[in-house]
Design a protein around this ligand. Structure first.
Ligand SMILES: Cc1cc2nc3c(=O)[nH]c(=O)nc-3n(C[C@H](O)[C@H](O)[C@H](O)COP(=O)(O)OP(=O)(O)OC[C@H]3O[C@@H](n4cnc5c(N)ncnc54)[C@H](O)[C@@H]3O)c2cc1C
Length: 448
């Protein structure tokens, strides 16, 4: 049944991308006042039909006065080139070495080299029938336990705020799994020796993916830039998408409205109750809610599997602005507005480590930083401190996640749901902004 009236649940990046790219350009009025979501109860067959019309997704070029702060550091700057790692149990941070001569005297080589040596000689060693495993198990199997523990945990913490022993390698780092297959077991060897043809194919694929987006002036704006920040934080992206969605007369947004229930309705398809409006009566639903939030809404008559299998990390982010620019090693922290003599760093706490009361108090945070920087003298008092608590904000896909999401999709296509609800968002496809945008952009293609 083609959609007549679609409700998008959620107010994050995925929901807004769904409205902006996934559905907006496939919609046009079929009658007087069509919309994707209406809070009012209407008689059956009321003029709320949305016709689907396929078109490529188009992003507006950035408005004048770019939200990206001026003069982001170029690729040659220390902030772009230098990455540091703290190894638990040792004070200070180590610069992650690149493939240069300086690797020979980098302290981190003691942790990295065993992984490289074993990766190069091990060959194919994926046990038969293994369809997924944790990031740490993958890195240990391919390389060495020391490398896996030090690098794996840094990658797991840095990207997913999660324990590398729990994180599904296939869901979180599908490229690694793919490269293992392409290199018949030897990832590094494959990367170093793959021929011109393989490189060209990779470039072609990347170009093709990029062509699906109209990027406006963004490539020019970002030319030579590798590190950048938004003047008003990452929310800038979701806010801009929200403004674009709001301009679509087919879409009614209900900000600040909580969905409190969902049930099947013989006449319309679904009935959604909220804390603020009359019931909504869509024929189709896109859920971009966190999966555990969706689980609470699903009626017992139509259960869906695996919505609560994965845990989620809570993160406390603390922004600190220090006077001076020489407090940290070169490139650590972000020198804002050169000439103004201040440095901004963000401390992320929590993730797999449950925080206790007092752990995020400023003196404790500064003591951590002092230890991480191996500084004798205490740090200066920050000029600005901002603390953000993000509760259960980043889902951790456990091994087997892809298989489970396949089964969830089968259930959504199966009896009862009949493909009338799509479930997207960070908990399904991946947590990065890119994954969320892709996830929202792909919505509705099957409903044409
Ligand atoms: C601190 C932090 C730093 C990050 N840094 C990066 C980074 O540097 N790069 C990167 O690529 N990604 C980063 N991410 C990840 C990325 O921001 C998220 O994965 C992404 O924003 C998730 O978007 P989403 O729309 O899928 O989910 P969410 O943003 O979680 O949206 C879900 C929405 O559902 C709403 N909701 C929940 N229950 C209900 C209900 N019952 N009724 C109505 N609405 C409901 C919520 O209010 C929310 O608006 C970071 C995430 C965090 C938390």
């Amino acid at each position: 049944m083609p959609p007549r009236h679609i409700a998008i649940l959620g107010g994050g990046l995925t929901a807004k991308t769904t409205g902006r790219l996934g559905l907006q350009h496939r919609t046009r009025p079929a009658s007087r006042r069509p919309r994707l979501c209406s809070p009012r109860r209407r008689p059956a067959h009321s003029p709320t039909v949305v016709k689907l019309r396929p078109r490529a997704g188009v992003l507006d070029p950035p408005p004048p006065g770019s939200p990206i702060r001026s003069s982001p550091p170029p690729k040659s700057s220390p902030a772009a080139k230098n990455r540091y790692l703290h190894v638990p149990g040792t004070p200070g941070i180590y610069k992650i070495p690149g493939p240069r001569l300086s690797y020979l005297w980098s302290e981190l080589r003691f942790f990295i080299q065993p992984g490289i040596n074993f990766e190069l000689v091990r060959g194919w060693n994926r046990p038969e029938g293994v369809l997924d495993e944790s990031l740490e198990s993958f890195l240990t199997r391919r390389g060495h336990a020391i490398t896996a523990r030090v690098l794996g945990s840094a990658i797991g913490h840095g990207i997913y705020a999660a324990d590398a022993r729990l994180l599904s390698v296939r869901a979180a780092f599908p490229k690694l799994w793919e490269l293992e297959e392409k290199g018949k077991g030897r990832i590094l060897w494959y990367l170093l020796t793959r021929g011109k043809k393989a490189r060209e194919e990779e470039k072609q694929k990347a170009d093709e993916e990029q062509r699906q987006y109209q990027l406006g002036d963004v490539p020019k704006l970002m030319d030579g830039v590798s590190v950048y920040s938004f003047r008003d934080g990452m929310g800038t992206l979701a806010d801009a998408l929200g403004r674009a969605v709001a301009k679509n007369p087919n879409i009614r947004m209900l900000p600040g409205t909580e969905v409190t229930g969902l049930r099947f309705d013989d006449e319309h398809g679904f009935e959604i109750s909220t804390d603020r409006t009359n019931p909504l009566l869509p024929s189709h639903i896109v859920s971009a809610l966190p999966l555990p939030a969706l689980a609470k809404l699903i009626p017992d008559s139509h259960p869906l599997p695996y919505l609560t299998t994965n845990p989620a990390s809570s993160v406390t982010a603390i922004n600190l602005v220090f006077p001076g620019t020489k407090i940290f090693p070169r490139g650590f922290g972000d020198t804002l507005a050169p000439g103004e003599g201040i440095t901004k760093v963000t401390v992320m706490m929590g993730g797999p480590h449950r925080l206790r009361e007092g752990d995020t108090a400023l003196p404790v945070v500064l003591a951590h930083l002092q230890y991480h920087l191996n500084r004798r003298a205490p740090l200066p008092t920050p000029l600005v401190t901002r603390t953000w608590q993000h509760k259960e904000c980043i889902p951790t896909p456990l091994p087997g996640h892809l298989e489970r999401m396949k089964k969830l999709k089968e259930a959504l296509d199966g009896q009862g749901w009949e493909g009338r609800m799509e479930v997207v968002g960070a908990g399904v496809r991946g947590v990065s902004l890119g994954d969320c945008v892709e996830s929202g952009r792909g919505v509705g293609s099957r409903w044409a």
